[in-house]
Design a protein around this ligand. Sequence first.
Ligand SMILES: Nc1ncnc2c1ncn2[C@@H]1O[C@H](COP(=O)(O)OP(=O)(O)OP(=O)(O)O)[C@@H](O)[C@H]1O
Ligand SMILES: [Mg+2]
Length: 305
Amino acid sequence: MSFDVELKSVARHYGQVKAVDGVSFSAGPGEVVALVGHNGAGKTTLIKLMLGLARPTAGSVAVLGQDPAAGNASVRRRLGYLPETVSFNPALTGRETLRFYVRLKGGKPSEEDALLERIGLAHAADRRIGTYSKGMRQRLGLAQAMIGAPVVLLLDEPTTGLDPELRQQFYAIVREMQAQGTTVLLSSHALSELEGNASRVIILNEGRKIADGTLDELRHIARLPTKIRLKTCEGGAGRLREWIGKPAKLTQINGHIIEIDATPEDKAAFLRRATAEGAPFEDLEMVPPGLDELYAHFLAARTSK
Ligand SMILES: Nc1ncnc2c1ncn2[C@@H]1O[C@H](COP(=O)(O)OP(=O)(O)OP(=O)(O)O)[C@@H](O)[C@H]1O
Ligand SMILES: [Mg+2]
């Protein structure tokens, strides 16, 4: 398999600070890789290394088979980048701004109109950016990153400041790009939104990679319990507790809802028993561990080493 992005044992130190420390990973066409981690974990530095804006202190970075810091113009043209803080000239309109970037990047004439349509800003294209909301400016930033149909898209905290609906719209566009074979790398603090939107998650802490995999793989490695939420009739929680029995770790939420923490094996055994015995509950809901819990797990595992 050929990779669009390949990092091998990359380090980037700033004096004593190890912003990135021995990170390796690769990403291929159609992958959406999320870089997650606390403030200062090294996400932006990794993105800058992939853009060639920072040079590695050690190790190697290849983007589309080239060293991005070498300044190869054909590679640059095939990269799209949305910086952490987007700032545009407030006196220009959305269309003027995008046209400027289309020319700068050697995009197709009038490409700005198609992009404005695609990100849902056509109605405000001739308004000055000074009158745009934060979400509109963020979308304009995304349109700018999409000029020239990039093969690799690097998005630094693209959904910061977007409301839930705009986030969903944003991820719908990312999925379209993914379907066209674009390799997308994005950084995020909002872990929960990555469910269903990232094909892989890389967890960073103090410059180091502490986990890398699909959400399912990470869940499997972490072996975090699934929550089984059981609902019974009002006041029936006591009887339900008795039926569940002692060994299960359970939390009584109120008079009719109980939650059990179940390992994957417990879960199957519990369902078999419930079916066989006609369990005293009316409804059951399974809540698999979310990304936030996974993140906490890998961080704790790291710091206890
Ligand atoms: N140019 C620089 N000079 C000195 N230190 C830097 C430089 N760039 C980054 N750092 C340091 O490297 C570490 C990683 O920074 P980076 O910006 O990559 O983190 P981040 O994960 O993007 O954080 P955030 O979530 O706050 O955006 C931080 O400790 C930061 O202070
Ligand atoms: Mg950052």
